[in-house]
Structure formats: C-alpha cells, structure tokens
Design a protein around this ligand. Structure first.
Ligand code: NAP
Length: 320
C-alpha cells in the first residue's frame, strides 16, 4: 500500500502548532497540521490581542490565526481538518488515527493546547449553552441587558467580567477568596465599573434552572451560610486544563496534567514534541507557544538528520 509518511505531523493548529509547521516547512520537512475546527485554538477566541509583538494597535486573534496558517502554508505545510482519535507513538512511523483516516509521521508535535476548567457541578454540562458558558468573548453578546455571574479570581475572570460589564445590565463576580489574584492593571477598571458587584469568599454549590439557568446556590466559605442569587448566565473562568487525553499512557504528565517537557519541547519519546499550552511551563502566552513551535521544529530537524542518543533515527524508518 502506498501510504504517505510525513516528516512531521502537527496535532493542533494554534500558534504553537502553526509555528512548528512554518519552521518545519521552511526546513524542507513534509509537514501536515491536523486541526479539528479552525486555526488558532484559544487565540482565535480572543477579540483583541495587545501583547503579541509587531502589532502596535493590537490584533484580532482570529485574524492572527489565519495569518499564521497562511504563512506556514506558503512554505508548503498542509492543513487537514480532522479530529485525532488515537495515537500509536511506539510504532515507526508514528500512527495518528483521525476522523478522516490514518496519518503517518516520522515525528509528531503535540500542540493540542488547553481548554476551560469546569466547576464539576451537577447539571453543568447539560446547562452549557443554556446559561452556563466558558468564553465571554464568544457568548457574552447573548446576555445584553441581563444579569450574569462570573466565577474566578484570575486575569481571565477579571477580563471576562470587564467585557461583560459593557454588555450586561449587571455582573456579579464570585470569588472563593477575599482578593483577586488578577494583575492590578486588570482589577482597576473592574473596581470602577458601576454595574459590577463582588461576592467574596463564596463558592458556587448549585445551579438553579428551569431548563435554562435561572440562578446559583452559593456557600460562604467563612460562615458556611448558604444563599441564592438570580442570574441569567454564569461564566466559568477558573483557569484551563490541558488537552492530554490522547497522550495519556504515552507521555509523562506533571501533577497538573501538563506534558512534562522542558525548553527543548522533547518528551520522553524520541521524535515526539509538546508545544504551547499543553506543555508544563511558567507562562502560557501566544509568544511562548510560538517559541516552542520554533524549537520543536529545530529539534525534529536534528532528530531526522542525526537520530538521537538511543539510535532511534529517521533513517531506520526509511529502511523499514
Ligand atoms: P488562573 O490565573 O489560574 O486563575 C484561576 C482562578 O480561578 C483563581 O482565582 C482560582 O482561585 C479560581 N479557581 C480555580 N478553581 C476554582 C474552583 N474550583 N472554584 C472556584 N474558583 C476556582 O487562571 P486564568 O485567570 O484563566 O489565567 C490563566 C493564565 O492566563 C494566567 O497566566 C494569566 O495571567 C493568563 N491570562 C492573561 C490575560 C491578560 O490579559 N494578560 C488574560 C487572561 C489570562 P484561587 O485564587 O483561590 O486559586
């Protein structure tokens, strides 16, 4: 059977994935990016990005994602829209099973990113899209003139609450501590917004609904007192969780579930790299994801040329 064996299969078309593809394609590697929906990952959901250098007026995340995709494709990288379902990372070449068929790669770059963390409340899944949401930039407009709650105390919660304060009638920020951990620059405009109310030391313990969300049950962590609050929407902004289901059992994960790979992006498996938000690291930003992608392509190129210490090299793939 005449199967195409790519030099590099990139799983995930966010900034890490497309930068790996750009550098790999420019190095002459036959590269495919497997993307589930559309380029950009989490970045594509961000309306205005002000901390990616080179765009003095900021840039829309969706537009930046399209630029990254087109740039990689200009040098010959392909994009295939496919959901990756199963990996065999021990096989030579590596086997990537998808909704659209099987792909083979001499190297694999895992760039699957991270998704929103859930509260884990009863009915949370069922009410998602019916009042429960995880992305203010995507779903905020549905709540024009309504009352919404935001749960969380980090930068995401603060920026979501601020964005919603410009759309909704009232925003209730619920945090389990008595101060936000968000940067001061994010907190100030929020504190000044007239339609934002803060409920400190509270956790959401239940979702009230009539098919759609109508309110929340809260518990005060200091007194144990229970209360309810009416809300048409609940935005859960409590951080992210890495998308590692595919590699569980193949790659070592850290205590928080991120792929244990260092600055070189190398995982425990030769020829397999982890880039962007899915990798254990201090700072998860577009620029650090892009940097990972460049490093991974470089490491893959070296691996394909020279193999590694274990003698596991691309040459052996070609002989098999
Ligand atoms: P984060 O900084 O990890 O904050 C998560 C927040 O959710 C914390 O306040 C945490 O409370 C709370 N939380 C976690 N689990 C909870 C639970 N089960 N119930 C209630 N509350 C819970 O996450 P993030 O805000 O998503 O930010 C992630 C990264 O992206 C950060 O590095 C951040 O700086 C970056 N970011 C930057 C910007 C920007 O504009 N610069 C915007 C968004 C995100 P505790 O405080 O008690 O732990």
């Amino acid at each position: 059977m005449n199967r195409r064996i790519y030099d590099m299969v990139v799983i995930g078309g966010g900034p890490g994935g497309y930068t790996a593809a750009l550098y790999a394609a420019r190095a002459g590697l036959d590269t495919v990016v497997l993307e589930q929906l559309s380029a950009g990952g989490q970045m594509a959901l961000t309306h205005q990005i002000d901390n990616y250098p080179g765009f003095e007026d900021g840039v829309d995340g969706f537009a930046l994602a399209e630029k990254m995709q087109r740039q990689a494709e200009r040098f010959g990288a392909h994009t295939e829209y496919a959901e990756v379902r199963k990996l065999d990372l021990a096989a030579r070449p590596r086997v990537i099973e998808t909704s659209e068929g099987v792909y083979y790669g001499k190297t694999v770059v895992l760039a699957t990113g991270a998704g929103p963390r859930e509260l884990g409340l009863p009915m949370e899944k069922e009410l998602t899209g019916r009042g429960v949401a995880y992305c203010a930039a995507c779903d905020g407009m549905r709540y024009r003139g309504k009352t919404v709650a935001v749960v969380g105390g980090g930068n995401s919660a603060a920026s979501d609450a601020l964005l919603l304060s410009r759309i909704a009638k009232k925003v209730i920020l619920i945090h389990r501590r008595d101060t936000l951990r968000a940067e001061k620059a994010c907190q100030k405009p929020l504190m000044e917004a007239e339609n934002v109310e803060f409920l400190w030391n509270r956790v959401v313990t239940g979702l009230l609904h009539d098919g759609k969300l109508t309110g929340l049950r809260l518990t005060d962590r200091t007194t144990g007192e229970e209360s309810t609050v009416e809300a048409d929407g609940l935005f859960i902004s409590i951080g992210r969780k890495p998308a590692t289901d595919l590699v569980r059992g193949w790659l070592e994960l850290d205590a928080d579930g991120y792929v244990a790979a260092g600055e070189t992006t190398e995982t425990g498996l030769p020829g397999v790299y982890a880039v962007g938000d899915v990798r254990a690291k201090k700072l998860r930003q577009i620029i650090t994801a892009a940097a990972d992608g460049a490093v991974a392509a470089h490491m893959a190129e070296e691996y394909l040329l020279h193999g590694n210490q274990t003698g596991d090299s691309a040459y052996s793939f070609e002989k098999n």
